[in-house]
Design a protein around this ligand. Structure first.
Ligand code: G6P
Length: 607
């Protein structure tokens, strides 16, 4: 997973490429580079963040109006200057950037080496440059086409050459690629926000397509050479949405955007009486009534959103519901029937494992519904039905507002399905609708209690380990709270069902060990209190997330983070917020790079 940029037009390409790469830095940031052509190609690249590349070109800008750029997240070869993209063939006439993995890398390398090739890097990308050069016989498009035929895997690649200096040729095989159409200038990028400040008109390149880019626009073809008619789409997003808006970090900004995200995601989809209308969900009541099971598949934070969905669908629909990690499901040979609905959840809509698992559904003749934040993403295009989350661009690698929107989307879906199956009556639907509409105000209230999370952060920042426990929906929230803490504070933490603690992990609870307990599910409240007592008896410290009406918890907890009292079914939406803030403030106290945590990337488009 890396970020790709390209530019052809009247302006100097260098600054445009670097600016775009900065906006794509969330996709990878262990090295970056650009190649700019003015007839001759100049490549400049640097290990580390894009600031290093900027320092390198400062005062020594490469000149030229055509260029390609890349920000890398290493898969083949260490993050060094030599392994940074772009890569050239030995003559320096063909230059390539690439996102993804060439699976037959070793075979190609051996073959080229046997023919006497020498390599300047350890990357699979460099091999592509060698291949394009070898295959070139006067037509760059054909050389790229033949290179693609030789290269197995899921990737996007972008090629530029001194032989055809006004053209960039790009290919998409799974990894995302868009073309931004300007006035006498054309952009290429891994995603729309990277060039949204230049243009609002885009061509989305599909799998197994090539695009030939010049300053006059772009021509799309299939990899087999058939021409493709592709209409441009116009994007209405506010580019300012992608800026920090006064907060110290994107993560904090995005946490604070959550009330608006709820409003947006609900907007126009649910009435006061609880009837739900989902614009891109095409299935009808008869299909819903015939459903036997709901599957959910996702990775990371989206999987944790699926844990909540699983519980909601079981309770609201009285249907079996299973959430499965996408990387497990894709190889699990699952038994899925045609009367079973697959829900794939992915903020980016580009996570390779989720895309693969989602495709298991159609193989079994069942329908696939995507819950995703990115309009036009690969997942949305694979899906039979799409429920967009409307969280807006999420920049922080640690996901917050997108997770929140995934929860809201699932409540809407549960109401829609429940109404058609007759498991939700009018009164219940109305009560849930009322609760959903009150959530933005409730979340504002939780954000107003940020001091409690700051105090809790100070209490655990020096800990070696933190445990998160809860039951049912609270357990699902414990999972997400623990992940957030790990991702950005690098503090070891584990989440488990409260009842599981005594079956092993209790051995690790000694004097002062912090245990975060989530207590929003009234039917199991007393059971969770028992787990708290087990912790207290060993000297552990209790940090609780509880309703503001819960006085009992004061007896047990060292610190309480409060949320407003509400329907237990909706409580996860509020309960996750103090845990997001807790993770944020621990990471801040520890002085970490919060928006770009080490070793992680926003969008994992390789397996
Ligand atoms: C990466 C990100 C996580 C994210 C996961 C799934 O691991 O670092 O924050 O939850 O991918 O991403 P998706 O775009 O599919 O929701």
């Amino acid at each position: 997973m890396c970020g790709i940029m390209g530019y052809v037009g009247p302006q100097q390409a260098g600054p445009i490429l670097i600016d775009g790469l900065k906006r794509l830095e969330y996709r990878g940031y262990d090295s970056a580079g650009i190649a700019v052509s003015n007839g001759d190609i100049r490549v400049m690249k640097a290990q580390g963040k894009i600031a290093n590349l900027e320092a390198l070109v400062d005062g020594d800008q490469p000149t030229g109006n055509v260029g390609i750029g890349h920000t890398r997240w290493a898969t083949h070869g260490a993050p060094t200057d030599a392994n940074a993209h772009p890569h050239t063939d030995p003559s320096g006439e063909f230059v390539v950037v690439h996102n993804g993995i060439i699976e037959n890398f070793q075979d190609i390398k051996t073959e080229l080496a046997e023919l006497g090739a020498e390599f300047a890097s350890d990357t699979d990308t460099e091999l592509l440059a060698h291949l394009v050069a070898r295959e070139y016989d006067g037509d760059l498009v054909e050389a790229v086409r033949r290179t693609v035929a030789l290269s197995e895997g899921a990737y996007a690649m972008v090629v530029m050459s001194t032989r055809e200096p006004e053209t960039i040729v790009a290919v998409r095989k799974i990894s995302p690629l868009v073309v931004g159409l300007g006035d006498g200038e054309t952009y290429l990028a891994s995603d729309i926000p990277a060039v949204l400040h230049h243009t609002r008109d885009f061509l989305i390149i599909e799998d197994d397509e090539m695009v030939i880019v010049t300053s006059e626009g772009a021509t799309v073809e299939t990899i087999d050479g058939d021409s493709v008619e592709r209409d441009a789409i116009h994007i209405d997003w506010d580019a300012g949405q992608a800026e920090k808006g006064g907060y110290e970090h994107f993560m904090l900004k995005e946490i604070h955007e959550q009330p608006d995200v709820i409003t947006e995601t609900l907007g126009g989809r649910i009435s006061e009486d609880g009837s739900v209308w989902l614009e891109d969900v095409a299935f009808d009541d008869a299909y819903i009534a015939g459903l036997d099971r709901v599957w959910i598949t996702a990775c990371g934070t989206a999987f944790h959103a699926g844990l909540i969905g699983q519980e909601i669908f079981r309770r609201v629909l009285r249907l079996p519901a299973n959430v499965e990690y996408a990387h497990e499901l894709r190889y699990a040979d699952p038994i899925i029937g045609p009367r079973e609905l697959m829900i794939a959840i992915s903020q980016s809509g580009e996570t390779a494992d989720t895309l693969a698992a989602a495709r298991v559904a159609p193989d079994h003749g069942s329908r696939m519904l995507a819950i995703t934040n990115v309009v036009g993403s690969t997942l949305s295009r694979y899906a039979d039905d799409v429920l967009y989350t409307r969280a807006g661009p999420e920049i922080s690698v640690a996901s917050t507002k997108a997770y929140m929107a995934m929860l809201i989307a699932q409540y809407l879906l549960a109401l829609r399905l429940g109404a058609a199956r007759g498991t939700v009556n009018e009164q219940q639907a109305q009560a849930v609708a009322h609760g959903l509409h009150r959530l933005p105000a409730a979340i504002e209230e939780v954000l107003g209690n940020e001091d409690e999370a700051i105090a809790a952060a100070a209490a655990i920042t020096d800990a070696d380990d933190v445990y998160f426990i809860g039951r049912g929906l609270d357990y699902a929230i414990a999972m997400e709270g623990s992940l957030k803490l790990k991702e950005i504070s690098y503090l070891h933490s584990e989440a488990m069902p409260a009842g599981e603690l005594k079956h092993g992990t209790l051995a690790l609870i000694t004097e002062g060990v912090p245990v975060v307990v989530i207590l929003t599910q009234r039917d199991v409240y007393d059971k969770t209190i028992s787990a708290i007592q087990e912790v207290k008896a060993r000297g552990g410290r209790i940090l609780a997330v509880a309703y503001d009406t819960d006085e009992e918890i004061d007896t047990y907890a060292d610190l309480v983070m409060r949320i407003p009292d509400m329907d237990d079914l909706l409580a996860p939406v509020a309960a996750v917020v103090p845990l997001q803030l807790l993770a944020y403030h621990v990471a801040r106290l520890r002085g970490h790079d919060i928006d770009q945590p080490r070793n992680l990337a926003k969008s994992v488009t390789v397996e």
